[in-house]
Design a protein around this ligand. Structure first.
Ligand SMILES: NC(=O)c1ccc[n+]([C@@H]2O[C@H](COP(=O)([O-])OP(=O)(O)OC[C@H]3O[C@@H](n4cnc5c(N)ncnc54)[C@H](O)[C@@H]3O)[C@@H](O)[C@H]2O)c1
Length: 268
């Protein structure tokens, strides 16, 4: 996922908007940044690290930082280092963005982690860590960003959850955190609607990113074979929906969650 910026001829629905994408250096977040920027948004790429994660199976050769790809394609993006597990760093990220660009229109809460383990093997510290990054941080970012998004008049919050919001199998922290994100969005949607802020969730299936390094090649092949549209997803599959939720085309959609998984969870 590099070098394709600007070549796809997408419409520029997000001209003049300012977006923050957490976890924007790699994987799905990187795909989302590239798409929002292609559609005209100025994007703050926020992450623990500027260099993209390179996976065992996917994004093996991805090296150019996301913001650099955007600039090369004629768009505007800035990297800001921030750990979403730190309330102070989230505060600085959001207030710094508003100072620099004069406002905030789109917040994509994408940063997330998966720590493998079962109820017996996962440590309580690791359970807390997954909850902090995958759930608590989304609340904190929402809390800090909402006043700015209300001022936008077309504010957007988009959370990246998972198909594991609807089923177990990803461990005792990841699946409950992702399920809670779906309901967090519904709750925020109710309180933010009067100011035309929408809050929606995308629930990806298995997407080709470095987060899958904990799987074996056989498991990855098995997922692909079991998927009605028989391939793994790409960051661009998620990014397209994210740009839609961010645009005026989705102005009357809020509290929704959209599964994008090639049909993976369709079978009973
Ligand atoms: N890839 C999949 O199959 C898949 C499926 C469903 C959901 N998701 C979700 O999509 C989101 C993105 O996952 P991905 O597959 O792109 O993962 P990834 O590991 O490729 O990228 C995640 C990015 O988030 C950053 N990050 C991690 N912890 C952070 C923190 N505390 N603060 C700031 N940045 C942090 C990482 O540095 C990395 O750049 C996650 O929320 C994940 O749970 C992924």
């Amino acid at each position: 996922m590099s070098g394709s910026f600007g070549e796809n001829g997408h419409s520029r629905r997000l001209e003049g908007r300012v977006a923050i994408v957490t976890g924007g250096s790699s994987g799905i977040g990187r795909g989302v940044v590239l798409r929002l920027a292609e559609e005209g948004a100025r994007v703050v790429v926020s992450d623990l690290r500027e260099e993209p994660r390179r996976g065992k199976y996917h994004e093996v050769d991805t090296v150019i930082p996301t913001a650099e790809v955007v600039w090369q394609g004629g768009g505007e993006a800035t990297f800001v280092r921030a750990d979403v597990a730190s309330d102070d760093e989230l505060e600085q990220l959001i207030s710094g963005t508003v100072e620099r660009y004069g406002g905030l229109d789109i917040l994509v809460n994408n940063a997330g982690i998966h720590i493998p383990g079962t109820s017996e093997s996962l440590s309580i510290e690791d359970w807390d860590r997954v909850m902090r990054v995958n759930l608590r941080a989304l609340f904190v970012a929402t809390k800090i960003a909402l006043p700015h998004l209300r001022r936008s008049g077309r504010g957007r919050i988009i959370h990246i959850a998972s198909v594991h919001a609807y089923g177990g199998g990803a461990g005792p922290a990841y699946a409950p955190a992702k399920a809670a994100v779906v309901n967090l969005a519904r709750d925020t949607a109710i309180e933010a609607g009067r100011d035309r802020v929408t809050v929606n969730v995308i629930c990806p299936g298995y997407i080709e990113t470095a987060i899958q390094d904990y799987l074996t090649q056989e498991q990855i092949d098995g997922v692909s074979a079991r998927t009605p549209l028989p391939r793994l997803g790409l960051p661009s599959d998620i990014a397209a929906a994210c740009a839609f939720f961010a645009s005026d085309d989705a102005e009357w959609i809020t509290g929704a969650s959209l599964v994008i998984d090639g049909g993976f969870i369709a079978p009973v």
